[in-house]
Write a protein that binds this ligand. Structure first.
Ligand SMILES: Nc1ncnc2c1ncn2[C@@H]1O[C@H](COP(=O)(O)OP(=O)(O)OP(=O)(O)O)[C@@H](O)[C@H]1O
Ligand SMILES: [Mg+2]
Length: 268
C-alpha cells in the first residue's frame, strides 16, 4: 500500500506493547473501531450530564453502522469519542487496535489526520481557506506535497459534485455546498474510519443520496463507517443500526427491519 504521493505509510498496526487482545475476549483482529463500555459525563454532582452511559460498539472494515436516536441521546458524543476528539470518562476507545488513551497528543493528532475522516455536525470548515484548500489541508499537514494534495482535493470535490467550486471560500458557498466540501475533506486520502454526523442535514434529497452512495462506496472499499442520522431511509444504507436513548444503546438491528418501530417509540 502507498500513500497518495507514492510513499509507503507508517504501519497502522498496534504499537509495540499494545495490549490489543490482552484484555479478555477482544474483537476480531481487523476491527477498525472498538468502543468498550464508554461513558462520558459532563460536569459533576447534581448538575452532571451523563451523555453516554456504557456503550460498546465494534465496527469492522466494510461495515457501515447507522446511529439513531432522539436529540440529546448522545450520538455526537459517541462520534467525538470514536474520533479521538474527546476522551471517555470511563471505558476505552481503540482504533485499528490502538488504545487512544495510550497515545500522546501528537500521536493522537497523527492518527486522526491519517486514519479518521470526520464530518462534523457543524462542518468546521476553515473560513480563510478555499474549498480545495480545506480538503487538501489534512493531507498537507501530513506531509503530502502541495500539488498532489491539491489534485487529490479536486478529485474529492469532483466526487461530491463540486469540481467547479474549489477556489471559492466557505462563505461564498451555500450550506449544502459547504456540507459537501466537509464530506470531501473527510473522504480524501486513505481514511480507514469515516465518522459522519448527519452529513445530509443541509442537502436536498438527491444530493443527500449521492453523498450516502459515496460513503457506502468508501466503506465497501474497506473503510469502517458510522453514520449519525435521523432518517430511516438514510439508515437503510447501513449494515446495522444502533439506537441510542439517554446515552444507552437500546437496540441494534438490521436497517429496515426495525428502525421505524424504534423511531416511533415502540422499541425498548
Ligand atoms: N460540553 C457539554 N457540556 C455539558 N453537556 C453536554 C456537552 N456536550 C453535550 N452535552 C449533553 O450531552 C447530551 C448528549 O449530547 P449530544 O450532542 O451527544 O446529543 P445528540 O444525540 O448528538 O443530539 P442531536 O441530535 O441534537 O445532535 C445532551 O444532553 C447534551 O446537552
Ligand atoms: Mg448531534
Amino acid at each position: 500500500m502507498t500513500t497518495p504521493d507514492g510513499q509507503v505509510p507508517a504501519a497502522p498496526g498496534p504499537p509495540p506493547g499494545s495490549p490489543a487482545g490482552a484484555a479478555g475476549p477482544g474483537p476480531a483482529a481487523d476491527t477498525v473501531l472498538d468502543l468498550r463500555d464508554v461513558h462520558r459525563t459532563h460536569g459533576s454532582g447534581p448538575a452532571a450530564v451523563h451523555a453516554l452511559r456504557g456503550v460498546s460498539l465494534t465496527v469492522c472494515p466494510g461495515e457501515l453502522v447507522a446511529v439513531m436516536g432522539p436529540s440529546g441521546s448522545g450520538k455526537s458524543t459517541l462520534l467525538t469519542l470514536a474520533g479521538g476528539l474527546d476522551s471517555p470518562t470511563a471505558g476505552e476507545v481503540h482504533v485499528e487496535g490502538q488504545p487512544l488513551h495510550a497515545l500522546d497528543r501528537r500521536g493522537l493528532a497523527r492518527l486522526r489526520r491519517r486514519r479518521i475522516g470526520y464530518i462534523f455536525q457543524n462542518l468546521n470548515l476553515v473560513g480563510s481557506l478555499t474549498a480545495a484548500e480545506n480538503v487538501a489541508l489534512p493531507l498537507e499537514l501530513d506531509g503530502t506535497g502541495v500539488r498532489t494534495a491539491r489534485r487529490l482535493a479536486l478529485d474529492a470535490l469532483t466526487d461530491v459534485g463540486l469540481s467547479e467550486l474549489g477556489d471559492r471560500f466557505p462563505d461564498q458557498l451555500s450550506g449544502g455546498q459547504q456540507q459537501r466540501v466537509a464530506i470531501a475533506r473527510a473522504l480524501v486520502g486513505q481514511r480507514r474510519l469515516v465518522l459522519a454526523d448527519e452529513p445530509t442535514g443541509a442537502l436536498d434529497s438527491q444530493t443527500g443520496e449521492a453523498v450516502l452512495r459515496l460513503l457506502r462506496h468508501r466503506v465497501d472499499a474497506g473503510a469502517a463507517g458510522i453514520l449519525v442520522t435521523h432518517e430511516a431511509r438514510h439508515a437503510a444504507w447501513a449494515d446495522r443500526v444502533m439506537f441510542l436513548r439517554d446515552g444507552v444503546a437500546v437496540d441494534s438491528t438490521a436497517p429496515l427491519a426495525g428502525v421505524d418501530a424504534l423511531l416511533s417509540g415502540s422499541g425498548r
